[in-house]
Write a protein that binds this ligand. Sequence first.
Ligand code: ADP
Length: 389
Amino acid sequence: MDEGKRATEEAFRSNEARLEAALQLAEANYAQLERTKSQLRAIIDASQEAMLFLSPDGRPLKVNTRFTDFFGLDDTTVLSQSADQLTALLKGLFVDDNSLDCWLAWSTTDQEHIFREQQVQVRPVRREVDLSSLPVINVDQTYIGRLYVWHDVTHEREVDRIKSEFVSMVSHELRTPLTSIKGSVDLILTDETVGELTELQREFLGITQNNTCRLISITNDLLDLSRMESGKLALHREPLDITLLIGELLPSFQPGWDARRQRFTLHLPEKAPMVLADADRLMQILRNLLSNAHKYTPDEGHIDLSVEIAEPVARVEVTDSGIGLSKEEQAQLFTRFYRAHNAVTKAGGGTGLGLVITRSLVEMQGGEIGVSSEPGHGSTFRFTLPLAV
Ligand code: ADP
């Protein structure tokens, strides 16, 4: 064999060997890829949450096993649907099936935000679910679609309901005997026909009266909170002149302000704003904010209450020159049972429920509540309520 032919054969063999090696590597990579793919699939299928992945034009691309169990739909059927067909297929599985068009449209209309919703599924079984919808961004930063995740919260909601009902029942049962104790103590202290009291008896009964009032206010707070949580708090909203309500409320605060030499100023707009609100609940909002301002402001401090019209709402502000709140404290203010750590909260009673209730009452009436404050420089609590048209 001549030299040239041998060289060609050798080159051919070595190329063949290289190709063989490359093929083996490709096969190994492919096997590895398949393993990773099936592991990912197994991980997604092991999830307790139902998942649906939609393309940027709203077509279903992937579902996990939990999705098919959750909704009683097989994956081949789901994945063969167009965006509209998928909406039609899922409609009827939820109580509010009208919102379905909207949340399935998120995949085509929004590439940035995470959305969360509470939903009630009715078919094939009844479930309370939390839906999260998350944009999915590829490594090269392109938007590749939206992931919808349904989490079954039926059990948690049921436990919450039982807890709320228990708290509601206990508070209700406590309130009746407490009101009766308070009535009797009030009578002994004020009704002369009951008989003469010694100074010491008067002092002890005064302590009993204060503590009974505190217990009644705590049970009322607990009752309100459980009613709000179970959606059983009924509101009777009507057009109200807010300045009249303020006028009714202020006399009950005057003795407290006088006793601590706190200066109160009222700022009202020229034209009385008519708001759409529940009179008792609006009183409760104002009472909570004013009594906090009184409680957390030292002697000789000042408290301002202002009302202004800012179409389409009325804005109410309660400002005090009190102890104030740090940014961290402000962030936790509207959390149940939260009380800031300071000498005033340590010394005085309170449940940490007042502001939670206040916020819910404002929001249930279509308003917003906020706070600005600085430690040592007082606080302003402000809320809005829609104006009656
Ligand atoms: P409570 O007053 O019964 O503790 P609230 O829910 O009304 O409960 O208030 C929660 C906490 O917020 C209070 O414990 C107090 O630390 C803080 N806070 C509320 N209002 C004020 C205020 N005007 N100034 C300073 N701190 C306040």
